[in-house]
Ligand binder design. Structure first.
Ligand SMILES: [Zn+2]
Length: 200
C-alpha cells in the first residue's frame, strides 16, 4: 500500500513538474522580438521541411499579399526587404509544437528568434546588437533573454515519463487556412511528413 502511495506521489510530482515547465515559458516579459526556444529534438522539423518547395513559395506569396510587393517591410523593425518567412510556434501540454502564425521578417530580426543558429553561423554579435536596438535594451538584458531561451529549449528536450518520449507532436493545422490554397489537409501530427534534409 505504501509503495503504491509513493508511486502515485512520484507520478503526480513528475506531472506537476512537466506541466510547470510549459507554464514557465517566457517568464521574462515578452519583447517586440526575442529568442524563441526550439528543442534540439525539433530542429529542422518545420513547415519548410514538411511541404514541397513549390508550396513553401506559395505560402510566402500569400504572406506578401498574393503578390510581390515592390518595397516589402519587416513586420518587426520596418526594414526594407529582402524578407524571410518566420514560423511562429507554441508549445502546449502534452508535448505538442504547434504552428500559430507566420511573419515576414528581415534577416536580422529572423535570426533574433533563432539566436543559437545565428551564433553557430558566426552572426551572433551582429544579431545581438540588432536585438538590443529593436527592443531598446542593454547587453545585460539581452543576455538574460538569450539565456532563458537556451534554458527553456533544454527543458523542452527532456525525456517525458508521461509520453515516454523526448519528441513533440508537430501540429501544422494552421496551414489549413483557405488563403494558402494548399493541395492537402494538415494534421496535428506531421513529424512523419518532414524531411529535415530539405532545410531552407
Ligand atoms: Zn527586422
Amino acid at each position: 500500500m505504501l509503495s503504491d502511495s509513493l508511486l502515485a506521489l512520484g507520478f503526480a510530482l513528475t506531472a506537476y513538474t512537466a506541466a510547470k515547465l510549459y507554464s514557465d515559458l517566457h517568464e521574462l516579459p515578452r519583447l517586440k522580438v526575442q529568442p524563441d526556444p526550439i528543442p534540439r529534438s525539433m530542429h529542422w522539423l518545420n513547415v519548410r521541411s514538411a511541404v514541397p518547395e513549390s508550396d513553401w513559395i506559395k505560402i510566402k506569396k500569400v504572406m506578401m499579399g498574393n503578390t510581390f510587393i515592390k518595397t516589402p517591410k519587416c513586420q518587426c523593425c520596418g526594414a526594407a526587404g529582402p524578407l524571410e518567412c518566420h514560423e511562429v510556434w507554441s508549445f502546449t501540454w502534452p508535448r505538442t509544437q504547434s504552428l500559430t502564425g507566420l511573419k515576414l521578417l528581415c534577416h536580422l530580426c529572423h535570426m533574433i528568434h533563432h539566436i543559437g543558429f545565428a551564433m553557430h553561423k558566426g552572426e551572433g554579435e551582429e544579431v545581438i546588437r540588432h536585438f538590443m536596438k529593436v527592443n531598446g535594451i542593454d547587453r545585460k538584458t539581452a543576455d538574460r533573454y538569450i539565456k532563458q531561451s537556451f534554458s527553456k529549449a533544454r527543458q523542452l528536450d527532456r525525456f517525458s515519463p508521461i509520453t515516454m518520449s523526448k519528441q513533440h507532436r508537430l501540429d501544422l493545422t494552421y496551414l489549413n487556412d483557405k488563403r494558402f490554397k494548399l493541395p492537402r489537409t494538415f494534421t496535428t501530427d506531421e513529424r512523419k511528413s518532414c524531411n529535415p534534409k530539405s532545410k531552407a
